[in-house]
Design a protein around this ligand. Structure first.
Ligand code: GLU
Length: 422
């Protein structure tokens, strides 16, 4: 496996989360035992996932479901299919989910699942078989009041449909056991674009407060998947100029702004590489980071902005963490010293899990909402939480990440204390 960024001592997503956590924990005088509770997961389920491949052989993959904390409600978080989704990575992501659900004040804890596999190498039949085998092995810890999976990298609404079907075979029809489902199986209006939409709402608020323009402002987005793709489309509708985007194979750049609706069709809907789109110059994934812009949005893997490759090169006013943990702690410091604000992942990209919460509510009440209601309630919640964080940034003169941690840690710690874990 490739070395992770800032990895002199194997600085992983887990270590990234810990380092940034300590600053806020000190500011709210968090007790030592509480820090130890938060350092470890509540429960780790590690499974083997045996699957008969199309060539007739049986391959065995590694899978995890890690429940970091459930003090505030059932554990919640996506399932990632990715070669680097090892135990350490999944634990870091599960921990972020605890802070995300607490910050947005939705009644969930944090979890994450992962299968160490590259979904690009799977046929549809193999993809379904992996999903079903993994679901059957972790089903024992899932359920609408225990732990509720959702999509993440390498998974989508179809995968959620297979998870629902596999679970329902054993336990009966239970739509609230998974979110991010297709609408015809109880999914919510607006869930697919919810993460991108939430990122846009946060950027709108920041634009109003700090005068970084959104209309006619310039944006660079790394990643053109569920988050980056929808975000590009929504920002362009707001009048922003998306100068450059990339996917795993490379990027494209147009100083006048890319034609996003056409690019969205080409790369997101039709699943073609962005570089095969006419209407921009080819740039490498390294060059993307030094394109000058107002807003730089990493929307792919963790550790994308790091000391070794790009933290001193980015030329933007704000970094918007649409991915989970895209800025390493050292890069975070470098950016701070350079006067570049970083809006943290568990605030910025929380729109997905917020609409997952709405989906869960709709399933439990058996009462679907309109798209208008979903978007209105998403806007209200993202805006309210953004303002809570902003007020702490101003009053306590701390970074956005520290302010957000202060709110989340205090909420989860209070729930732990009230349950008697003091
Ligand atoms: N995978 C998404 C995240 O990282 C969504 C999780 C969910 O909806 O439960 O926030």
């Amino acid at each position: 496996m490739a070395a992770r960024p800032d990895s002199t001592s194997s600085m992983s997503t887990r270590a990234i989360t810990k380092n940034q956590f300590d600053v806020a924990a000190d500011l709210i005088d968090l007790e030592d035992h509480m820090r130890r509770i938060f350092l470890m997961p509540f429960r780790t389920v590690a499974v083997e996932v045996p699957v008969r491949m199309d060539d007739g052989d049986i391959d065995v993959f590694r899978g995890y479901r890690i429940q970091h904390n459930g003090a505030r409600g059932p554990c919640k978080g996506g399932i990632r299919f990715h070669p680097e989704a090892d135990e350490q990575e999944v634990l870091g992501l599960a921990t972020t989910m605890t802070w995300k659900t607490a910050l947005l004040d939705i009644p969930f804890g944090g979890a994450k699942g992962g299968v160490q596999i590259n979904p690009r190498n799977l046929s549809m039949r193999e993809y379904e078989a992996v999903t079903r085998a993994f679901t059957s092995r972790i089903a024992i810890v899932l359920g609408p009041y225990r732990d509720i999976p959702a999509p993440d990298m390498g998974t989508n609404a179809q995968v959620m449909a297979w998870i629902l079907d596999e679970f329902s075979k054993r336990r009966g029809y239970t739509p609230a056991m998974v979110t991010g489902k297709p609408i015809s199986l109880g999914g919510s209006q607006g869930r697919e674009e919810a993460t991108g939409r939430g990122v846009m709402y946060t950027m709108q608020e920041y634009a109003n407060d700090f005068g970084v323009p959104l209309k006619d402002g310039t944006v660079v987005i790394q990643g053109f998947g569920n988050v980056g793709g929808h975000l590009a489309r929504l920002l362009q509708e707001q009048g922003a100029k998306v100068l450059a985007v990339s996917d795993v194979d490379g990027g494209i750049y147009n100083p006048k702004g890319l034609a996003i609706p056409e690019l969205f069709q080409h790369a997101y809907v039709d699943r073609n590489p962005v570089q095969e789109f006419d209407g921009g110059d080819h740039i490498t994934n390294t060059e993307l980071w030094s394109v000058g812009c107002d807003w730089l949005v990493p929307a792919a893997l963790g550790g994308a902005i790091n000391r070794e490759t790009n933290a001193d090169k980015v030329k933007c006013r704000v970094v918007v963490e649409a991915a989970n943990s895209p800025v390493t702690p050292i890069a975070d410091k470098i950016l701070e010293e350079r006067g570049i604000s970083v809006l943290p992942d568990f605030l910025v990209n929380a729109g997905g899990v917020v609409v997952s919460y709405f989906e869960w509510v709709q399933n439990l009440q058996q009462h679907p909402w309109s798209l208008d209601q979903v978007n209105r309630e998403l806007l209200n919640r993202m805006t309210r939480v953004y303002r809570d964080v902003r007020d702490i940034v101003k009053e306590r003169e701390v970074s956005w990440r520290t302010a957000a941690y202060m709110i989340s840690l205090a909420r989860v710690a209070e729930a732990e204390r009230l349950r008697g874990h003091q």
